[in-house]
Design a protein around this ligand. Sequence first.
Ligand SMILES: Cc1cc2nc3c(=O)[nH]c(=O)nc-3n(C[C@H](O)[C@H](O)[C@H](O)COP(=O)(O)OP(=O)(O)OC[C@H]3O[C@@H](n4cnc5c(N)ncnc54)[C@H](O)[C@@H]3O)c2cc1C
Length: 467
Amino acid sequence: MTDSSPKLLEIVPLLEAIVGERNILLHPESYLYDETPKPVRPEAERNVVVVRPASTEEVSRILRLANERGIPVFVRGGGTGLSGGAIPTRPGIVMSMERMSRIVEIDEQNLVAVCEAGVTLRQLLEAVEKVPGLSFPPHPGDESAQIGGLVANNAGGARAVKYGVMRNYVLGLEVVLPSGDVLSLGGKVIKNVTGYDLMHLIIGSEGTLCVITKAILRLIPEPGATYTLVIPFDTTAEAIRTVPEILRSGVVPLALEYMDIEAVRAGERVTGKKWPYSGGKAHLMIIVDGGTEDELMHKSEVIERVARRHGALDVLVGVGRREQRDILEIRSLIYEGLKEETIEVLDVSVPIGSIAEFVERCQDEAERLGIKVLHFGHAGDGNVHQQVLRWGFEGDEWVESYSKFKEFAFGLARELGGYITAEHGIGMVKKEDMARTMPETALTLMRAIKRVFDPNNILNPGKVIDP
Ligand SMILES: Cc1cc2nc3c(=O)[nH]c(=O)nc-3n(C[C@H](O)[C@H](O)[C@H](O)COP(=O)(O)OP(=O)(O)OC[C@H]3O[C@@H](n4cnc5c(N)ncnc54)[C@H](O)[C@@H]3O)c2cc1C
């Protein structure tokens, strides 16, 4: 807390009475920002109190207090978000969920994991790995993200092409409303059509409707072993036009990722590892899974035939664990490798049949505007990541070209039947873009929903949509 805002000073002793003195932090430096690239992230408000509750009851008492006094509350998970969602932008409370990190149970009978919102993805994966035969497939890139944050963002990741996104794995939620009321939704059931689906409304609500305190997550039988294919092409068009045909071939890959060669180079630089093929302008990285070697071989051969028909320069099949891990690591760390030079990572969603047109037209536009945009990402599900770079610009010179490029990419995505964000969310950085690209009727309904859940606008105010 940087100044003596009377409203905030007054509640410090009341918050201490709820969570204990040790769990109030008045120097919030490491709780202010998330992973949103610096050039586009909002300025954090430093006049905040960080509170670290350990139970649903404490969350409820904090929210009731804040609601009565009209004090903003910014919920913080792992802080890995890419849209500024967890950044406090007004004086208020940052509620960090890190102490609610208990895996309540892995219920083998019902194939579910029950965990508190502050459990990290890494923690959950390790716990599930210990139970033979079970797995939790969603794998958004950063394992320090928390379950609450993953649900609040409806996170996706590379495996979504086969196994879906977070939403497909949430069976139940415990949430706390701004009033302090605790609500349990769903449960250990697969089917439930009892009234409006409030649980699915909350999934993806980015901390603006309620605080998620617990989640019941679906587990599935372990898919088996994997092979990782690296397929280089001379042109983007050839690589991307291969994608829909692979998806029509009868093989559903576990991951189907597209990468410009310069993106691959960035991953190599940061990992110190070598990609298996040095030439080619555009690469596909495809992971197949299966129960037997024969199944894996068959899937790889089908993909190879399709790729070669589209001009693949080679098809390299990684079979060994280490070899596959290295390839995946290079792919996973592309963002990290370019972080300092990045203006923004766009993540539009387009129908899979339109990916090639989207990427080619964006590449032309970027060239026309003189701005460097690397394309990579989850091509198999139509989610194209575009890492827009500062290369060639001094100071703030990039602003105009970047704004024009973003407007073009978002407009094109909508024209092709897609959306401006597939998994990173609206947060603060895409709020105006959402208002510009969504129908007014949808925005009116969103505003009304926000008012019903949060009539005093205390939860993550200023993010996603204004009431
Ligand atoms: C290297 C890297 C790779 C990534 N790869 C992917 C990817 O492949 N796919 C993908 O989808 N995302 C990806 N992300 C983005 C990020 O990991 C996800 O958005 C993730 O869901 C954020 O979770 P978090 O716990 O870090 O949330 P935070 O960043 O802490 O918060 C994100 C939003 O969720 C809200 N929130 C957090 N916890 C709660 C809660 N308990 N209750 C209510 N609201 C809450 C916050 O208020 C905020 O609005 C990546 C990020 C990085 C840095």
